[in-house]
Write a protein that binds this ligand. Structure first.
Ligand SMILES: O=C(O)C1=C[C@@H](OP(=O)(O)O)[C@@H](O)[C@H](O)C1
Ligand SMILES: C=C(OP(=O)(O)O)C(=O)O
Length: 446
């Protein structure tokens, strides 16, 4: 299914200095989890700062169909009355997750330990994405997957386990979605469910389950990994959730402010969880002037205000092990690299091929369409800038991918000629106020 049947092209043109203070929307990863974990708690969870993007709205509808009561009390203020671990009811209809990988994969995990049969579907982009990575461990835990489409793609039906089996599972790729699906299924299983990851992925599931009273132990594993163990069948207690600003959304105004000469922008309340800030680390290595102001701890996460000033950037080598901490930010990093002096090599980007689009190919295509020198070498993306504004002037195919649309609009704000994206409608999945916020800073978006 596609909620966006009418593509809406959008154009960005060279802007004068971006100035002002903004607050980016709530973190998408935490927003999905707030609704889902609230639905698994006994009693009422209040959520403030929830991202009201289409992906998260799809999750809110799914948990309602599974028996939770969800009420929107005001902008970003929501309440969820949960049914308790193992208490999900069989939904009457297919759960349609639209464009949302996180929503569908985490919900699959959450239903896998309940004795119910649930049909899952999504839009044309989500139907292309691999689900076998989630189904494999869930089957080991006793769930059955009835695959309707070819291979392990949506649409498909999961029959949850009557007696879920706790497992120890080593994830084949660093993925918070796989880790979270296994831990959520493990909530219903007796005893210990353990996930081992060779590279640490974002840890919001572990933090929030602990916040709700579950016993979760996370230990270092090898050089960069974690071993996470959950004790099953806890009673989750509702606890208020304050959703911090999304660093993945902040990435767009941050890079725009770095590239548009004379800019100075402050972003308030951005989450700076160490497992999410690979982009900021990388941009600083490139010479970016990003100042951390007023670091504080709020709602179980480190947050800060970030002051960003236009900067001269140089190319860098981005190590593969940094990928999990900036997996959604490579597109906009590639845009920044197009304005830097010298070569930027971004290593180990295999996972980008299975996101909302093949982001590796689509980013290279978009850069080339705008006169930027780049190439894909195995799983690496190489961008060569000459320290001047990118030529621009191209039209970019966005393939139902919000981050491609926003990244190339950022390119257009600083390039010589305007940049057009063929469809901006998917921006609403993660950052509905993108155009309005950017225009407020002075961005020329039409
Ligand atoms: O768990 C999450 O909230 C997410 C995990 C990442 O996906 P993977 O687990 O596939 O790396 C990321 O790309 C996605 O936007 C959000
Ligand atoms: C990959 C993303 O999201 P999801 O996997 O939830 O669709 C993203 O937001 O960039």
């Amino acid at each position: 299914m596609n909620a966006h049947s009418n593509p809406k092209p959008q154009q960005a043109r060279r802007s004068s200095a971006l100035k002002g203070r903004i607050r980016v929307p709530g973190d998408k990863s935490i927003s999905h989890r707030a609704l889902l974990f609230g639905a698994l708690a006994v009693g009422e969870t209040t959520v403030t700062g929830l991202l009201e993007g289409e992906d998260v709205i799809a999750t809110s509808k799914a948990v309602q169909a599974l028996g939770a009561t969800v009420v929107r009390k005001g902008e970003g203020d929501w309440s969820v009355r949960g049914v308790g671990v193992g208490g999900f009811l069989q939904p009457k209809n297919t759960l349609d997750f639209g464009n949302a990988g996180t929503g569908v994969r985490l919900t699959m995990g959450a239903v896998a330990g309940c004795p119910i049969r649930v049909a899952f579907d999504g839009d044309a982009s989500l139907r292309k994405r691999p689900m076998g990575r989630i189904l494999d461990p869930l089957k080991q835990m006793g769930a059955r997957a009835v695959e309707e489409a070819s291979g392990t793609r949506l649409p498909l039906v999961i029959e949850g386990a009557r007696d879920p089996i706790p497992i120890t599972y080593r994830t084949p790729v660093a993925s918070a979605q796989i880790k979270s699906a296994v831990l959520l299924a493990g909530l219903c299983a007796p005893g210990e469910t353990t996930v081992i990851e060779d590279e640490a992925s974002r840890d919001h599931t572990e933090r929030l389950l602990t916040h709700f009273g579950a016993e979760v132990v996370s230990l270092p594993e090898g050089q960069h990994g974690r071993r996470i163990t959950l004790i099953g069948q806890p009673e989750l207690r509702p606890a208020p959730i304050v959703v911090p600003g999304d660093p993945s959304s902040a990435a767009f105004p941050i890079v725009a402010a770095l590239l548009v000469p004379g800019s100075e922008v402050v972003l308030e309340g951005v989450m700076i969880n160490p497992l999410r800030i690979g982009l900021i680390t990388t941009l600083r290595e490139m010479g970016a002037d990003i100042e951390t102001l007023d670091s504080r701890y709020e709602g179980g996460e480190d947050i800060a205000d970030l002051r960003v000033r236009a900067s001269t950037l140089k190319g860098v080598d981005v190590p593969a092990e940094r990928a999990p901490s900036m997996i959604d930010e490579y597109l906009v990093l590639a845009v920044a690299a197009a304005f830097a002096t010298g070569e930027t090599r971004m290593r180990g980007l295999k996972e980008l091929r299975v996101k909302e689009s093949d982001r590796l190919a689509a980013t290279a295509d978009g850069l080339k369409a705008n006169g930027v020198d780049c190439e894909i070498d195995g799983d690496d993306l190489i961008v060569r800038g000459n320290g001047r504004a990118a030529p621009g002037g191209g039209t970019v195919a966005t393939h139902m991918d919000h981050r491609l649309a926003m990244s190339f609009l950022v390119l257009g704000l600083a390039s010589e000629k305007p940049v057009t994206v063929d469809d901006s409608t998917f921006i609403a999945t993660s950052f509905p106020a993108f155009t309005e916020l950017m225009r407020g800073l002075g961005a020329e978006l039409s």
